[in-house]
Ligand binder design. Sequence first.
Ligand code: C2O
Length: 584
Amino acid sequence: MAKKAMETDNLTVKQSYYCLFLSIFVIISFQASFSDAETHYHEFVVCVIQAKPVKRLCRTHNTITVNGLFPGPTLEVRDGDTLVIKAINNARYNITLHWHGIRQMRNPWADGPDRVTQCPIQPGRSYTYRFTIENQEGTLWWHAHSRWLRATVYGALIIYPKLGSPYPFSMPRREIPVLLGEWWDRNPMDVLRLADFTGAAPNVSDAYTINGQPGDLYRCSKQETMRFPVDSGETILLRVINSGMNQELFFAVANHRLTVVAVDAAYTKPFTTSFIMIAPGQTTDVLLTADQTPAHYYMAAHAYNSANVPFDNTTTTAILEYKSAPCNAKKGKSSIPIFPQLPGFNDTNSAIAFTSRLRSPSKVKVPLQIDENLFFTVGLGLINCTNPNSPRCQGPNGTRFAASINNVSFVLPTRNSLMQAYYQGQPGVFTTDFPPVPPVQFDYTGNVSRGLWQPVKATKLYKLKFGAKVQIVYQDTSIISVEDHPMHLHGYHFAVVGSGFGNFNPQTDPAKFNLIDPPYRNTIGNPPGGWVAIRFEADNPGIWMMHCHLDSHLNWGLSMAFLVENGVGKLQSVQPPPLDLPQC
Ligand code: C2O
């Protein structure tokens, strides 16, 4: 009890790198602070969601930001920390915040997806996200999880190891978050609204960005291009995050090899590569040693476009500047940085070759006996219109675009959030009959008959017993187009045990699974026209969304949710909701 009373006594204020970001560490017990095991930190953060003029590509937009920053503030914490983040909504949209990749054990209330685990924070209201980081370290990120607000409301979430625990690689001299984003030369919420009206695909972005800046190759952008100074010989850690909306990206740094050491806040066996492929939702930590001739080098990202659909084919750049680089400008020469080689836009072989090199550092505990064998088709679809000439049916041949998992196109509830309805026992908000296998079997990656293109709209969840060992095979379909769908599971990370092209063969493919050292991730894409298999244990009760992290697909219904039941043990039940949880 005495310990409790002291909780608020010892306040120390830490001014973080971004001055607007208020962070206060509370050391729970002064006496105990000498012993690591007894020291806990609470980090208090205030996020004010507000519109702010942001000028890009020659035009100023009233952009939704956190604390007036675009991208939003970097949140730097340690494994074991408790975060208390007060989100104040001073914008004109309903909004929620999501801590992408945080497991949120027994605490779905802090997860954030709009209408899944909470009702949105209405304009003028606030909600305090409280959660503890349990055994996670590395690079994650946070973003709005309501409509398309995440286009501008996002930032890095960096989890350092517990005090005294080193990285499993030698300490880099510098660490740089590299947030890859997408920018529209208009309000992204209007882009979405138009697409929702017409049923056609939303406009592609006008630029990609690195830490919010498009870079030298775009109009009115050269002055603000991101520059990263380095000393010759030093090794830096780039924490690359794809916070873009709709596009997988290739990323490279001219003349420099990258050593991959972690993905999605899970360490990997280090390997070197000249480029990475990263999908929306994923993070990739790479070491880079500044061992080249002192000069300026571009880092650049452009699309990996796996589908036969329109895409933003522009290139974003930042500059790696050796501090000792000769200043050519003085001699009247312009110092044009050296440009990296990126794989071509549709170079699936390079994309797959990169992803398939990922391994956990050593042998991991993968579920071997599977209780729930799920086979999920993922892909696009079309909704037929009774009046194909309607302005609301501007998809292919007078239809509306849709997307689905096992032919169910997910619809968010309107009356309540799924988690609140579940907890309160409110009926009629969702059903738990999500199909474990496709309702009809067909040649998924072949020539699919038009009769199978139209999904059914519903709010169906799949129930999992606490502790169930789950396998999911995501099978791409060729409906409209094959495509790499980066599938993200909330509340979990999972082992990626296998992948391949064509249709998954349950007789022969499992024999080729890597059950020794598969990589752990929270977001994985299927090869276009192929499949990917994941495994995890359902040890986190609650309702957890699972969806394609391409927001155009998410909006079309490429989503579902798991309802993981409570277990019987003390730490196997969902915590009670916080008192300030927003109501619908
Ligand atoms: Cu990064 Cu459901 O989100």
